[in-house]
Design a protein around this ligand. Structure first.
Ligand code: GDP
Ligand code: IMO
Ligand code: MG
Length: 430
């Protein structure tokens, strides 16, 4: 019996991770976030009721699952408070089931200001970040200048650390960006107050996971963003500031690799991307516009329109091997309904050479040409289909081609946004 699984995105984010985590969380004892922050927007739809989660794990609507935020997550306490209150207003008991690692770096108000200031300064070369302060918060962690959750409960130490951090950041805001300095007293007071709201939820997440595992409990690790946004393996510099790939589970939750029994890679049946950066299979015609419209492709965090394109099997191949994907879950198959001919990028051509996995050199992405294979589409609706045998023949052929082209078998298919709209070919927990 499989005990612990990882669900992560294998494209540029928004693959439908939240929906699948919610679905699978009824079979687990804990759901754990291990990287990213409230740049994530994970959408859950249950009987037409939509919930968008940013920081709280997507198991929160299943009462049997404990929800943990591991040390690898950068935490905005303000965002956490808003999200907690929003869920509580809907009757969800968040506080009795949520745990936050004391080692999480805190996203401070100056991180958000710096994120915006940097993006503005980059002008046409802006990354298109979510503006949530994610990058600057991770930089502070790595530079050993960061504030951690545990610091919020030691006012003397917090004041000392904050003074050092703010001396530096106020200098940058004022002298480099020509912006207003932030008030030390105000930032300190707010941090102490917000910290107090969550004091009872602080928990040794790594220790708790070890305990659960020893008791034979099942754990689901929930990724945010996607493999192509990984700081090392993605389309650098157009990436997020964390590792979004498999290794982050171990470092960001505090578990060993043998604690992972199965890796579910989520991919849309096509591709989307929000923000700037390379996207070799991007469509600029009415087919792309149709995917955007039928797929309601607007960012769950910022509301920005998502760029749309064909499935990129080349990029997925790399995601499959960097993450050791056991099986894929293909989401939004229904969005391809009615498309006459479906294309899949099967190789890249770079300086006359044919590549079957993407280059690691970021600049090379701009000069790629894509080789496509075409598949006949289907005119029937696949929306809400729950049995593989009920799919149109051409949809089955398309999924079989995905398996052959992308480097791992398809174990699940999602045929609509609702929790019920799925085909389970092989259940990751079995
Ligand atoms: P995440 O960040 O990976 O959790 O994905 P998002 O929630 O940002 O974006 C996925 C969007 O697609 C959400 O609006 C979901 O409700 C929706 N969605 C998920 N699976 C399906 C599906 O199979 N079909 C359709 N039509 N929509 C889906
Ligand atoms: P989920 O978990 C899609 C993108 C931003 C930008 C880049 C850097 O919902 O899949 P950041 O604010 O992280 O510094 O922005 O990463 N990005 C996402 N794109 N889904 C996400 O999360 C994303 N989180 C960040 O658009 O291009
Ligand atoms: Mg999202």
């Amino acid at each position: 019996m499989t005990k612990s699984i990882v669900v992560l995105g294998t494209q540029w984010g928004d693959e439908g991770k939240g929906k699948i985590v919610d679905l699978l969380s009824r079979d687990v004892d804990a759901v754990v976030r291990f990287q990213g922050g409230h740049n994530a927007g994970h959408t859950l739809v249950i009987d037409d009721q939509k919930t968008v989660l940013h920081l709280i794990p997507s198991g929160i609507l299943n009462e049997g699952a404990q929800c943990l935020i591991g040390n690898g997550v950068v935490v905005s306490l303000e965002a956490l408070k808003t999200e907690t209150e929003g869920l509580e207003a809907k009757g969800v008991d968040v506080r009795s089931r949520l745990g936050i690692s004391p080692a999480c770096p805190v996203i401070m108000p100056y991180h958000e200001l710096l994120d915006h200031a940097r993006e503005k300064a980059r002008g046409v070369n802006a990354i298109g970040t979510t503006g949530r302060g994610i990058g600057p918060a991770y930089e502070d962690k790595v530079s050993r200048r960061g504030i951690r959750i545990s610091d919020l409960y030691n006012p003397g130490l917090l004041s000392e650390k904050l003074e050092e951090a703010m001396d530096y950041h106020n200098f940058v805001l004022d002298q480099y960006f020509g912006m207003q300095r932030m008030s030390f007293d105000r930032v300190l007071d707010d941090a102490l107050q917000l910290g107090a709201c969550f004091s009872e939820l602080v928990k040794d997440v790594s220790g708790e996971l070890h305990r659960l595992r020893t008791e034979g409990k099942r754990i689901l690790y929930e990724g945010a963003q996607g493999s192509l946004l990984d700081i090392d393996h993605g389309t650098y510099p157009f990436v997020t500031s964390s590792n979004t790939t498999i290794g982050a589970v171990c470092t960001g939750a505090g578990v060993g690799p043998s604690a992972i029994d199965y890796v579910l890679g989520i991919t849309k049946a096509y591709t989307t991307r929000v923000g700037s950066g390379p996207f070799p299979t991007e469509l600029f015609d009415e087919v792309g516009a149709g995917l955007a419209e039928r797929g309601a492709e607007f960012g769950a965090t910022t509301g920005r329109p998502r760029r749309c394109g064909w499935l990129d099997a080349v990029a997925l191949r790399r995601a499959a091997h960097t993450n050791g994907v056991t099986g894929f879950c293909v989401t939004k198959l229904d969005v391809l309904d009615g498309v006459e001919t479906i294309k899949v990028g099967i190789a890249y051509r770079l300086n006359g050479e044919l590549l079957d996995i993407p280059p690691q050199n970021a600049e090379a992405w701009d000069d790629l040409e894509v080789e496509y294979e075409s598949f006949p589409g289907w005119q029937e609706s696949t929306r809400g289909i729950t049995r593989f045998e009920d799919l149109p023949a051409n949809a089955k052929t398309y999924l079989a081609a995905m398996e052959a082209l992308c480097g791992a078998p398809v174990h699940m298919v999602s045929t609509g946004p609702d929790r019920k709209e799925n085909i389970v070919i092989r259940h990751p927990m079995e």
